[in-house]
Design a protein around this ligand. Structure first.
Ligand SMILES: [Zn+2]
Length: 273
């Protein structure tokens, strides 16, 4: 049975912010929302706010909702303005991943069927499916990864795809998977994170060391300021950088005080490896 998609497409006035570039998709990228909101709430928040972060679909235990047209790019992969994830992939967010449980598992099951349907519609194989982590190293989809089930989820998508009569590996014409692998290994740039304590001070602490912290946060998708040009990477440890640090800390179980110190440094380094 075909899964219906409810369309709640962002208004065209916001294309420049949310989906500025035409796109011919080549991949599907899976995410976990790291939140406990429904698909309807995720999409209305995403399309309504003034940050650039965007994605094509949110899936919960009941429905699939689309917020960005499939012929336009979305900002979800953290791999930069010209990254393959951001520019060539359809983003699918699976809801309720923060707390998990039956509601999450039902959302994941629907997402698996939906991704299979997208593959079938395009004549694609399972080789087109990526996890957010593949693009920039971010620990996402966090619940699938922490439960060690990525291979299981992919196998489940493939099984659904076969049931739909699809499942052949995509034509080699557009599978630059090799290129992408080298891209992600070159992503292992050393950020040379500074030691010491960084927090909001007056006047603001500024310098290349702060810039390196900001770049590392951006690489992990915790942009200091998603709405700003260059994601707010300005080399100044102000409120926006502290907020990015805070979001990072709360995501990874650290004391969320917005102060960069040895524990935050160690966690960022571990994730960037
Ligand atoms: Zn993600």
């Amino acid at each position: 049975m075909t899964i219906a998609v409810k369309k709640r497409i962002v208004e065209s006035e916001k294309y420049a912010l949310k989906c500025p570039n035409p796109m011919t998709p080549e991949y599907i990228t899976l995410h976990n929302t790291a939140n406990d909101a429904s698909a309807a709430n995720e999409i209305s928040y995403m399309t309504g706010n003034s940050e650039s972060t965007s994605y094509h679909f949110a899936v919960d235990d009941k429905e699939v909702i689309q917020g960005i047209p499939l012929n336009r790019n979305a900002w979800h992969s953290g791999d930069g303005t010209n990254g393959t994830g951001n520019r060539k992939s359809i983003a699918v967010e699976i809801c309720y991943s923060k707390s998990g449980g039956a509601r999450y598992r039902a959302a994941e099951t629907l997402a698996i069927k939906f991704v299979a349907q997208l593959l079938k519609e395009r004549g694609w194989g399972i080789d087109r499916v990526r996890k957010h982590q593949d693009w920039n190293g971010k620990y996402c989809p966090h619940r699938i990864l922490s439960e060690g089930r990525w291979d299981e989820v992919k196998a489940a998508i493939e099984k659904e795809l076969k049931a739909l009569g699809g499942g052949k590996t995509s034509s080699s014409k557009t599978s630059p998977a090799k290129k992408k692998t080298t891209g992600s290994s070159s992503k292992k740039t050393s950020y040379a994170l500074p030691s010491g304590i960084y927090k909001v001070t007056s006047p603001m602490r500024k310098g290349d060391d702060v810039r390196r912290i900001q770049n590392a946060l951006a690489a992990l998708y915790f942009y200091p300021d998603k709405g700003a040009k260059n994601f707010g990477i300005d080399g100044a440890y102000g409120a926006k950088t502290a907020n990015a640090v805070k979001r990072f800390q709360s995501m990874y179980g650290l004391t969320a005080d917005g102060i960069y110190g040895p524990k935050t440094k160690a966690k960022i380094e571990a994730l960037l490896k």
